[in-house]
Design a binder for this molecule. Structure first.
Ligand code: FAD
Length: 346
């Protein structure tokens, strides 16, 4: 059975801009659910540069990508947003009128559906999707023998697991899955790894004690009657080939950003970006807003601080859709006890 959730606003994308929108909506008593295809919040900041310093967030002379995300999470905590991670928004359908918008949003992974009065697209450069290895019939085994992420470790208990890659994800999952796998093999193009040194050391000690295998080379084809995977053919640098028996292959080749299903939602697009007005950051569809890196307008700067401002203005218009009868009062957090109560500080 699929879940059905009714809420005020669905935010597509839990990057820094989607996170801060929760705060601006929360101050206006607007509840929201956030959906992200990644297993964690923070978008590009958490995925692409968690340890790098950012110097142009107002009020923070320096903060790391992950540090900013952690602070945003602390800031929105009083509003208890609900996160749906590991889920990609597949479809967005208008089921209301321009005067009283209503939307149905559906995700792909669990098929959760949402009904909401407004949608905020904070999808950045699009959804992060795994880079696939160039193996001819790989799609035939996806979801049965080939997986690009580990959602539940238990799925791999007592399986012959082949992990492909040499970065942090490949090495972390090697070390984590080795104890529960029937046999674990790690395959990488060369004998050098771009992962945390202690994880690489751990992997090497497991290889030295015969508890797992390490091979150098590249997968050229997959074996087994589709969709049941039975083995992977590996070509070494010297051109020779051999087969590794496996029930499961986990390629970790990094992530790439793709616009994804957003292109099919009936929104005007300009070079894969969503045009918005600069008063409300609303798209051509009333009730659907676009903020952060995904939008475009004259003078747009793809900076986090621009996205924060856009979220604040979008929230004002969202308020009109969620509470058509209520007048919106402008208030400062510094002096408004009503806002401070919402923040749990008064
Ligand atoms: P993102 O951070 O891209 O987050 C969007 C999220 O939406 C992603 O997590 C994605 O998975 C999700 N998503 C998209 N489509 C879907 C879908 N259909 N279903 C579910 N989820 C979906 N900016 C600065 O201001 N200062 C800096 O110093 C700075 N340094 C940077 C350094 C690097 C190396 C990089 C790569 C960027 C830097 N930026 C910097 C840019 C900044 O990271 C972006 O402007 C910011 O992340 C945009 O935030 P966002 O929330 O709009 O989008």
């Amino acid at each position: 059975m699929t879940d059905h959730i009714e809420t005020d606003v669905v935010i597509i994308g839990a990057g820094p801009v989607g996170l801060f929108a929760v705060f601006e909506l929360g101050l206006l008593d607007i509840k929201c659910h956030l959906i992200d295809i990644l297993p964690k919040v923070g978008g590009q900041c958490a995925e692409l540069y968690p340890e790098k310093p950012i110097y142009d967030i107002p009020g923070f002379p320096m903060v790391t990508g992950q540090g900013l995300v952690d602070n945003l999470m602390a800031q929105i905590e009083p509003f208890h947003p609900t996160f749906h991670l590991n889920e990609m928004v597949e479809s967005l359908e208008s089921i209301g009128t321009p005067e009283a918008p209503l939307f149905r949003v559906k995700t792909s992974e669990n098929g959760t559906t949402f009904t909401c009065k407004a949608v905020i697209i904070a999808a950045g450069g699009g959804s992060f999707q795994p880079k696939k290895p160039p193996i001819e019939n790989i799609e035939a085994y996806e979801g049965t023998g080939v997986y690009y992420a580990v959602r539940k470790m238990e799925m791999f208990r007592n399986k012959k697991v082949l992990i492909v890659g040499g970065g942090d994800s490949a090495l972390d999952w090697t070390v984590n899955l080795q104890p529960i796998a029937k046999r674990l093999t790690l395959l990488h193009r060369r004998d050098a790894f771009r992962a945390a040194p202690h994880t690489v050391e751990k992997m090497r000690s497991l290889v030295a004690s015969g508890e797992m295998d390490l091979h150098l080379g590249q997968v050229t084809s997959l074996k087994g009657e589709e969709p049941v995977l039975e083995g992977a053919v590996i070509r070494k640098d010297d051109g020779s080939e051999f087969t590794v028996d496996c029930d499961v292959m986990l390629p970790f080749f990094g992530l790439t950003m793709k616009l994804g299903p957003i292109a099919d939602w009936g929104l005007n697009l300009h070079e894969n970006l969503i045009p918005v007005d600069t008063e409300k950051f609303e798209t051509n569809v009333p009730g659907i807003f676009a903020i952060g890196d995904i939008n475009t307008y004259p003078g747009k700067l793809k900076l986090i601080l621009s996205g924060f401002h856009e979220g604040a203005l979008a929230a004002q218009k969202v308020h009109r859709y969620v509470y058509p009868e209520k007048k919106l009062l402008f208030q400062y957090t510094t002096s408004s006890t009503s806002l401070q109560k919402k923040l749990g500080v008064a």
